[in-house]
Design a protein around this ligand. Sequence first.
Ligand SMILES: [Zn+2]
Ligand SMILES: [Zn+2]
Ligand SMILES: [Zn+2]
Length: 308
Amino acid sequence: MVRVIFSFVFSFLMFLPASLFSQEEPHIIVLGTAQDGGYPHMGCTKECCKMAWKDPSMRRYVVSLALVDPISQQWYLFEATPDIKEQLHLFRQLTSGKYDYLPRAVFVSHAHIGHYPGLMQFGREVMNTRGLTVYTMPRMKKFLESNGPWDQLVRLQNIVPVEISNGSELALSGEITIKCFPVPHRDEYSETAAYEINTLTKKYLFIPDIDKWCKWNENIADKVKTCDIAFVDGTFYSEGELGGRNMEEIPHPFIVETIELFTNEDKQTTEKIHFIHLNHSNPALFDDAVKRSIINKGFSLAEQARRY
Ligand SMILES: [Zn+2]
Ligand SMILES: [Zn+2]
Ligand SMILES: [Zn+2]
C-alpha cells in the first residue's frame, strides 16, 4: 500500500512544472535609475550633483533593467546605456557570476543617448560579440542599420537587430513573454518603445520615457492595474526644476502629476508604481524629505541593484 501511494505521489510530482521546484523564479534586477545623463550630470555645478560627486554611494547609472530567468539560466538586458560596462559588472556581482557575462538578448527602446549607445561596446573595438540579438521596434531597427557606427556592428554581425512590432508577443521561454508598444515621445530618430514583461508569476510594466500621460491613447491607471510592478517615467519631480530652461521642450509626466492622477486609486494600485529615469535635478534622488513624501503617498522609487 505504502509503495502504491509512493509511486502515485512520485508520478504526480513528475508532471508538475519544473519551475515549482526551482528555488528562484524569473525576476527583474534594476541596473540603473537615472535619466540619460546619469547622476551626477556632466556640467552641473549645483548642489544636486555636488553631493553625488562628493559621495559615490549617491551616484546612479542610466536607466536599465536585467530580466533574469533562473529556469532557463538566461538573462536579458533592457536598454544599452552609456553605463553598460559598469552595469554588466554590477549584474555579475549581484548574481555571483551564475549567468553568462553577456545577456541572451538586448532590448533597446529608442534612439536617445541614454538608451542605445552602450551597443558600441559590442563592436570590434571592445567585446566583438557574435550575433547578439538586439530587439527593437521597426524605426529603431532601420536607424541602427543605416547610420554609422551602428551599421558596422550590424554588417560585422556583432549585433543582429530583430524587429518586434507593436503589440506582438515575443516568447523568450516557456516562462517569459514580452509585449512591446509605442508611446508618445520626441521621436526624432526612432519611435519610443515601452514593454510589458510577463513571467509565470508576475507582470511588469516598463515605460522609461514618455512625454505626458494625456498624449497617450492608453490610460496609465488601467495599465498599472493590470500589472504587479510598473517602472514608469519619473524624470522630473515638478515644474520649474530646471531653473530657466523651458520644460515644454522636453516634456515628461512630473512625479507630482502622476501622483495627482492616481489620487482616487487605492494603495494597492499606487504602490505598484516605481518611478525610474530620474533627472539629476530631481529631488527624489537626493532630498530625503521628498523621497519620504512620495513613499508616504503610497508610491515607490525604483532602487538600483534591487531585485523585484
Ligand atoms: Zn531617456
Ligand atoms: Zn545636478
Ligand atoms: Zn528619450
